[in-house]
Write a protein that binds this ligand. Structure first.
Ligand code: NDP
Length: 314
């Protein structure tokens, strides 16, 4: 038997966008229900020190920051459930009721929804990559680049993200190796022009990573030239994997407007989607900034947009 419940506001996702939306909607008396998914806290729970979230002059660990946000939301009455939404049925009518289905077979009815399901940075799929995450393996130079001042690092990828990371790291690191698996860069010409001016950069075309090496922290990488199959070792202290992101939008496909890359399209300057009662916040609708603070900002915007929608339509 399916269990049913009705809610003003259901938030899907528990990263900075989801919890910020929960804090605002809870304080507005909307009793939000947050579906936190299997990995509550989102991407920040795999980070060590967060030094760029305002309000923490000495930094704060990612898991601690997310636990604080959760507690703050709960203190105002948000209910956080460790379940995943696996299916949705969204309504186009302004005062309609959306249906959501959880992984334990519950049906939830919601007047309005905030989608804050985030995006995943793509992995290389190496066992050693998993082991060194947060200990030298990163997917965000803006977040972690500061830790590698005057050190030797590598970036993997040849798209705009990889080049942005490379440019940013080259300003503080001693040497940056850019490892590109093919013979060309996929990044925009404008970005490539900026790359050619960097003096402490070494580009390795046709190179892939076989293994990340080290004891507790990254100390090097074993790479292979995929043309002549020659292997070599680079001594580095940090590696930035920048091979793309996948927005978590599979369950919304066909019901909500997505762009070519699968990100939810929001109306400029707002969190409105093409469905009047559905709002999107955080990385799931942002392929450019992808920061905790920008996610929190759009989480707040979604809460305010949703509150206004409920006032006008229910
Ligand atoms: P892209 O998909 O554009 O590029 C991914 C890169 O990673 C490619 O060079 C690809 O190589 C490489 N790659 C993929 N898988 C592997 C692997 N397993 N091992 C090694 N290399 C791999 O992703 P981006 O994140 O760079 O960009 C996504 C979108 O966002 C793009 O449209 C981009 O233009 C946009 N963007 C724009 C920015 C800006 O305008 N400032 C900043 C960042 C992103 P290959 O080419 O061989 O497939």
């Amino acid at each position: 038997m399916l269990k049913e419940s009705v809610h003003n506001c259901v938030i899907i996702g528990s990263g900075p966008a989801g919890y910020s939306a929960a804090i605002y909607t809870a304080r507005a008396g909307l009793n939000p229900l947050v579906y936190a998914g299997k990995n509550p806290g989102g991407q920040l729970t795999t980070t060590t020190l967060v030094e760029n979230y305002p309000g923490y002059p000495n930094g704060i660990t990612g898991p601690e920051l997310m636990e604080n946000m959760k507690k703050q939301a709960e203190s105002f009455g948000a209910i956080v459930k460790r379940q995943t939404i696996v299916k949705v049925s969204l309504v186009k009518e302004k005062n309609g009721i959306n249906k959501l289905y959880t992984d334990n077979n519950e049906k939830v009815l919601a007047k309005a929804i905030i989608i804050a399901t985030g995006a995943l940075s793509k992995d290389l799929g190496l066992e050693s990559e998993e082991r060194f995450k947060g200990y030298g393996v990163s997917s965000c130079a803006i977040c972690d680049g500061f830790l590698y001042k005057d050190k030797v690092v590598a970036v993997v990828g040849g798209g705009d993200t990889a080049l942005e990371e490379t440019i940013s790291l080259s300003q503080r690191c001693k040497i940056v190796y850019l490892l590109v698996r093919s013979g060309e860069l996929r990044a925009s010409k404008a970005m490539q022009c900026r790359l050619w001016k960097i003096s402490n950069l070494k580009i390795y075309f046709y190179h892939e990573i076989k293994e990340i090496l080290g004891e507790r922290f990254v100390e090097g990488v074993r790479i292979i030239n995929n043309k002549n199959k020659k292997e070599s070792i680079l001594s580095i202290e940090g590696i930035f994997i920048a091979i793309g992101h996948i927005p978590n939008t599979a369950i919304f496909r066909g019901q909500i407007n997505l762009d070519q890359m699968g990100y939810i399209i929001t109306k400029k300057g707002s969190t409105h989607t093409n469905i009047p009662s559905v709002f999107a916040a955080g990385d799931v609708q942002d392929a450019v900034y992808r920061q905790a603070i920008t996610s929190s900002g759009t989480g707040c915007m979604a809460a305010l947009d949703l509150e206004r929608y409920l006032m006008e339509n229910h």
